[in-house]
Write a new protein. Structure first.
Length: 152
């Protein structure tokens, strides 16, 4: 998924969005750290039936998320490094593959980020391959261009 242009971000700001913690009614491209935190909490309760407990505290996990999706802080903004869709896909896939035990009945984003990096790398590689395929299709000359080239 491509990152938003300045005009797309301006349009999103001008339209009325759902509250930042209402991830069900908010477009994925507009999710921020608070939205992802609410998503993690709700998804964890839905899948495992217990409360979500962040690894090393909320600030640590929110810092990791902010480093990935960027922040809009006035004092120290962080640039976006990956798409929201990639982060959500990572959360969904690692939650789905996690097997709870008596000692570890749930998981957290901090745990996934620390110990499931191979999943993250696989998802990044898949997204990159998809972007390259799209770019190659976009850059393929049309049949008219090819016909003109052969006619010359």
């Amino acid at each position: 998924m491509a990152l938003q242009t300045r005009n797309e971000r301006r349009y999103v700001r001008m339209t009325k969005l759902a509250p930042e913690k209402d991830w069900r009614n908010r477009p994925l491209d507009t999710w921020n750290v608070a939205t992802f935190t609410a998503y993690l909490t709700d998804k964890h309760r839905e899948m495992f039936g217990i409360d979500y407990v962040p690894m090393r505290g909320w600030r640590t996990e929110q810092g990791i998320l902010g480093g990935l999706i960027g922040t809009q802080s006035r004092t120290a903004p962080r640039p976006r490094t990956v798409s929201n869709a990639l982060v959500k896909r990572f959360i969904d896939e690692t939650f789905a593959s996690y097997t709870p035990t008596a000692q570890w009945p749930g998981t957290s984003f901090g745990f996934m980020w620390s110990y499931r990096k191979t999943d993250w790398q696989r998802l990044q590689a898949e997204e990159l391959a998809q972007q390259r395929r799209k770019e190659s299709v976009d850059n393929t000359p049309s049949t008219d261009e090819l016909a003109n080239w052969f006619a010359e």
